[in-house]
Design a protein around this ligand. Structure first.
Ligand SMILES: [Zn+2]
Length: 414
């Protein structure tokens, strides 16, 4: 994108509500703003001059310097000039309010089209941060530091910026992004529905914090530590990430199938970083699933199958019981009247009812229990009644029984 256009969009953001991407609020940390700015001055706007730059209505702002917090000897004079392209017709308040502000400026290599005209420009005001920052004790004029604290109040902001300038490395570090913990001041102030992320310098300060975070009790902080380590590929950190493959922390969640899962986020994060670094490690257990929940979810299928499986033998056993009950096992009987034919002298007809045995044949008794067929029929009936009742009562796939037991195992089928 055209750099002038970027500058204009950024300039417009100063007076707009925070930019929210899918409700994730992204914000620059105080430390990153300090690293990323070439010149930081405290001062009051003395003059604003309109200038047409490549067709854009730019302004050349002159500031009376009260203090230089960061910058070369060149900016140590009594005034500094920089370029800004404000959006909209209304000039921003800070052009005319004669209030003391903190100005974060960048060198002329940032916006190529403007560079030939003036050596400095107002740094991109990022999201939830106003540049220039009005220096008063209004809590809305705040900066956000790497410890996830909201820095507010004129004195506190100036102290924090001076400290950050002293501690910032001479060479500008790369930018890192960390997720802001939910219990921090920043999160509480900026939360917009989903998450808050903070841009920080990827330097020794972040690496030291990462190692402190990794020793934390709660999973979220350890996860933060693992993710922050991804910016520092060193042998010591590789060993540290390998040790995280056994991290015990897990989150329990339930998916739409009622399957309760354990996810091991620290292990997963460490594993992904090592993989990105082309370090070969065995895949650790990243996720576990509760078999019990799977079974409960499929109760209609499981119970339906059990019904079918029990009703068929019950019918067969009942039929067999009706057919052979009362007959002597192994002995022939008349099929018509069930008379015992053992020792019958006339083999052609039944002595009791006279039925022709050649046509109707005889029936040979078989041993049938009296209890088991009844038990089987009773079981099958209760199964069918129970299955039907659960449907009638509208028992959901995910129900109270889902929470009764936990049988965790690694999902080998995934
Ligand atoms: Zn007979």
């Amino acid at each position: 994108m055209n750099r002038v256009l970027v500058l204009i969009i950024a300039g417009g953001c100063i007076f707009l509500p925070p930019i929210v991407y899918a409700e994730i609020v992204a914000v620059d940390s105080l430390e990153w703003i300090v690293c990323d700015s070439d010149v930081i001055v405290r001062g009051v706007v003395a003059n604003v001059e309109s200038k047409n730059v490549s067709g854009w209505p730019a302004r050349i702002v002159t500031v009376d310097i009260k203090q230089v917090l960061k910058g070369s000897k060149k900016s140590q004079g009594t005034q500094v000039k920089f370029i800004v392209v404000p959006s909209g017709n209304r000039p921003p308040d800070w052009f005319v309010d004669r209030q003391e502000h903190l100005f974060f400026l960048v060198g002329n290599d940032r916006y190529l089209e403007l560079s030939s005209l003036y050596p400095l420009a107002l740094r991109d005001p990022d999201y939830k941060f106003d540049n220039p920052l009005l220096l008063n004790d209004d809590p809305n004029n705040a900066m956000f530091d790497m410890d996830f604290n909201v820095v507010k109040g004129r004195r506190q902001i100036l102290d924090a910026v001076s400290q950050a300038v002293k501690r910032s490395p001479t060479k500008k570090p790369p930018r890192a992004m960390v997720n802001v913990p939910w219990d921090s001041q920043i999160y509480k102030q900026l939360w917009g529905g989903s998450g808050v992320s903070l841009d920080v310098p990827a330097d020794g300060r972040l690496e030291r914090r990462a190692k402190v975070w990794l020793r934390a009790e709660n999973i979220e902080t350890r996860l933060l530590g693992a993710m922050a380590l991804s910016y520092f590929n060193t042998p010591a950190n590789i060993a540290l990430l390998k040790s995280l493959q056994n991290d015990p922390g897990y989150w329990t969640g339930q998916d739409d199938k009622g399957t309760r899962r354990r996810e091991f986020p620290v292990r997963r994060s460490a594993f992904e970083i090592l993989t990105q670094w082309n370090i070969t490690v065995e895949t650790p257990v990243l996720s576990q699933i509760s078999l019990w929940h799977v079974i409960v979810y499929y109760w209609p299928e499981v119970l339906g199958t059990l019904c079918t499986v029990s009703v068929l033998p019950a019918i067969l056993m009942f039929w067999r019981w009706r057919r052979y009950r009362g007959l002597e096992p192994g002995e022939p009987h008349c099929r018509n009247c069930r008379y015992a034919l053992t020792g019958n002298p006339d083999a052609s007809k039944c002595p009791e009812c006279g039925a022709k045995l050649a046509e109707k044949k005889v029936i040979v008794g078989k041993r049938v229990g009296t209890i088991w067929p009844l038990v089987m029929v009773f079981l099958a009936l209760s199964m069918v009644v129970g299955y039907g009742a659960m449907h009638v009562l509208g028992v959901e796939r995910v129900n109270d029984a889902s929470a009764l037991l936990d049988w965790y195992c690694t999902p080998f089928w995934e």
